[in-house]
Design a binder for this molecule. Structure first.
Ligand SMILES: CC(C)(COP(=O)(O)OP(=O)(O)OC[C@H]1O[C@@H](n2cnc3c(N)ncnc32)[C@H](O)[C@@H]1OP(=O)(O)O)[C@@H](O)C(=O)NCCC(=O)NCCS
Length: 186
């Protein structure tokens, strides 16, 4: 996908760079709290972050890739403090998933909402996507709040629809925003 960058009042959303590994590891990839509801576990060492980062960098050159992972740079400190992505891009039905993750030292500052709104705007204004969906583990209240705040309506909860990393089945809440919602204003 052709993508330069998105700039908001406090953030820059851009593709990851090889030099981002240190910020990623320090700010969110090695955090128990960040991983609580995520499918991955804290990286443990920077080599694991570099390995993960390489898969993201490879995806930018892979024509078959159906996702775009972006670094969230907090301009105030010039560091990558989290990530936001569109994934499972389906250009038959014109829909995609949205996901986000912010380092715990930066929670509660409106960063996820600011990034989410900006990426939704970018997608609706630059692609034929009709529907953007997101899902979260039912207990991940904060994630649901962000989704609501960026204009995504609750659609229902699929019980035991995902087997979590601890082997337990979890209930996933689904939300979405469709083009006409966006055009009405979020
Ligand atoms: C969930 C997460 C993305 C929120 O990021 P954030 O930048 O702190 O969110 P925002 O500051 O934009 O908050 C938006 C709204 O959600 C609310 N909110 C955020 N986290 C919350 C929490 N843990 N509990 C209750 N409300 C919460 C905020 O109060 C705010 O509402 P308000 O404007 O009415 O006050 C962040 O905690 C995170 O990355 N967690 C770990 C990874 C994760 O779970 N990602 C989502 C996977 S589906």
């Amino acid at each position: 996908m052709n993508f330069n960058q998105i700039e908001t009042e406090r953030l820059i959303l851009r593709k990851f760079l090889p030099s981002d590994a240190a910020d990623m590891f320090k700010n969110y990839c090695n955090s128990e709290s960040v991983c609580q509801f995520m499918p991955w576990s804290p990286h443990g060492n920077i080599e694991a972050t570099k390995e993960y980062l390489q898969t993201v960098l490879n995806s930018y050159n892979d024509k078959e890739s159906n996702r775009l992972d972006l670094a969230i740079v907090f301009k105030e400190i010039g560091q990558v403090v989290g990530s936001i992505s569109i994934s499972r891009v389906n250009l038959v039905d014109n829909n995609c998933d949205l996901g986000f993750c912010i380092g715990e030292n930066f929670w509660g500052k409106g960063i996820a909402s600011e990034a989410g709104k900006a990426l939704i705007k970018f997608v609706f204004e630059n692609t034929p996507i009709e529907r953007i969906q997101a899902r979260h583990i039912k207990e991940n209240i904060g994630s649901g709040k962000v989704m609501e705040k960026i204009g995504m309506d609750y659609e229902g909860t699929f019980r035991h629809s995902v087997k979590f990393k601890d082997g337990n089945y979890v209930d996933m809440a689904y939300r979405s925003i469709i083009r006409e919602d966006y055009e009405r204003g979020i």
